[in-house]
Design a protein around this ligand. Structure first.
Ligand code: TRP
Length: 466
């Protein structure tokens, strides 16, 4: 490697970038939806336990492996654990590649709804417009889908192109504060709506009678997805941290922010939904339903200042998705940069281009393209994953992230020495509340058992996390 490796310019910059990776469609699109499907309350509580007991320790493990070796996923695991572990890193790179390819398509939808809501804010929401039909038309319009995802891919590529400080960190510094402000505005507006009380009760009042065993596994699976764990993204971001900052503190802040944002987004969406009689029955039939079918219309009929908040909301979704797509591309590009000595600009263009080929497949999955719209490998009946897009999402969420996460916990807990991990976590920067022994217990026992149970659930009981 000829050039000096990138580094974050400051701790705040790193934390914003990593938080940006974590906060994404998982928070705004998946979490509210699965909370809805799993009857709120008790599910949310279980999710919070998973975040603290599994997500937080693994976040620390990934960041420490990255910082220790100053290498991205493949090189880091090879150096920290052993040559064969490069395969686990490679699995992560592949996972990032596939995830990015279809994530970009959903991100593209936020651009579509942004432009729609801008129009509606000026001309009014068209009377009698069928939002479900509008959604169906846009996803099945092949040209539109290709255009939207190409636009989003170019944005992602052009940021990663400029590297860690001048690209990723700079965008995160601007985007994250904007995201927090928009979300806060939406929250104030939502709390004033008539359905907010019911929404809060639904989300925060646990009723364990409504909790199904599969919900526990779903909560665990989602905690990986939402924190960007299990595929080396945090190893890669960790590799750009210097030694003067505490990984423990950074992990706590990232995990806390991600969780708060997911909860706030859910409060906002449910407040809107509960304010409209009959709306409860309409949402929930599909994952995309809430974000792209129910909400757009409600901004114009229910939400105070919806004319302004509607477009802002879709900017929020796009920005949140962008700070996640850049981290996904960074995982793939940094592998080529670190392991194959390719220069960053070239590596970014190559990887971005290669991923886009697969984005095309995902973007066309809702048009009448044979195989892409009809392939069926996973699931049966109501749960069948039909088409390339759903197949890829299912494979990543149910197989790749849990298996990658399992390997990483085992690596950090059982294959790395106590000195190696303790040296990274416990130093003059470590906060007083941190107890290394507790972390070690969680990473050796609690996390692998929990994650192992997801994998077993998926294999033997066909549980679905996507
Ligand atoms: N955390 C992102 C979200 O909540 C999605 C994601 C999963 C991700 N794994 C990742 C993003 C790895 C970047 C890197 O939407």
């Amino acid at each position: 490697m000829t050039e000096q490796r990138g580094n974050w310019s400051s701790n705040a910059g790193f934390i914003l970038a990593a938080t940006g990776s974590a906060i994404g469609l998982g928070n705004l699109w998946k979490f509210p939806f699965i909370t809805w499907n799993n009857n709120g309350g008790a599910f949310v509580l279980v999710y919070l336990v998973c975040i603290v007991a599994v997500g937080l320790p693994i976040m620390m493990a990934e960041l420490l492996i990255g910082r220790k070796t100053q290498k991205s996923a493949v090189g880091a695991l090879k150096e920290a654990v052993g040559p064969l572990w490069g395969l686990v890193g490679g699995w992560g790179v592949l996972c990032g590649f596939i995830l990015l390819s279809y994530y970009t398509v959903i991100a593209g939808w936020s651009l579509f709804y942004f432009s729609k809501t801008i129009g509606w804010s000026f001309s009014g929401f068209p009377a009698g417009l069928d939002s479900g039909a509008l959604f169906g038309e846009q996803v099945s319009n092949a040209g539109l889908q290709l255009g939207l995802s190409l636009g989003f891919s170019c944005a992602t590529i052009s940021i990663v192109y400029f590297g860690v400080q001048r690209g990723i960190e700079r965008i995160a510094r601007v985007s994250l504060p904007i995201l927090f402000v928009i979300l806060l505005l939406l929250l104030f507006s939502a709390l004033g709506m008539s359905g907010s009380g019911e929404a809060l009760a639904f989300i925060f009042r646990p009723d364990f009678a409504k909790l199904e065993p599969s919900s526990i596994l779903e909560a665990l699976g989602h905690s990986f997805f939402t924190l960007s764990l299990g595929m080396g993204a945090m190893i890669t971001y960790g590799s750009y941290i210097d030694r003067n900052h505490s990984i423990v503190k950074a992990s706590a802040v990232i995990v806390l922010l991600d969780t708060v944002i997911a909860l706030v987004a859910t409060v906002i969406m449910f407040s809107v939904i509960f304010s409209v009689p009959g709306m409860e029955d309409q949402v929930g039939s599909s994952t995309v339903g809430m974000l792209f079918i129910s909400l757009p219309e409600l901004f114009y009929s229910e939400v105070p200042f919806g004319n302004i908040l509607g477009p802002l909301f879709y900017v929020l979704v796009a920005v949140a998705a962008l700070t996640s797509t850049i981290s996904l591309l960074e995982v793939v590009a940094s592998y080529i940069i670190d392991e194959h000595g390719v220069e960053r600009h070239k590596a970014t263009l190559m990887c971005g281009g290669a991923v886009f080929v697969f984005t095309i497949l995902a973007a066309l999955s809702f048009s009448d393209v044979p195989i892409l719209s009809t392939m069926h490998i996973f699931g049966d009946g109501d749960n069948a994953k039909i088409g390339w897009f759903s197949t890829a999402d299912h494979f990543v969420s149910n197989w790749m992230l849990p298996t990658g996460g399992f390997a990483i916990t085992v690596a950090a807990g059982w294959f790395m020495t106590r000195e190696a991990t303790e040296g990274e976590l416990v130093d003059h920067t470590a906060p007083a509340w941190f107890k290394y022994g507790v972390w070690r217990f969680f990473i050796r026992f609690v996390a692998p058992i929990a994650v192992g149970s997801i994998i077993i659930a998926v294999i033997f009981f066909g549980v679905d996390f996507s």
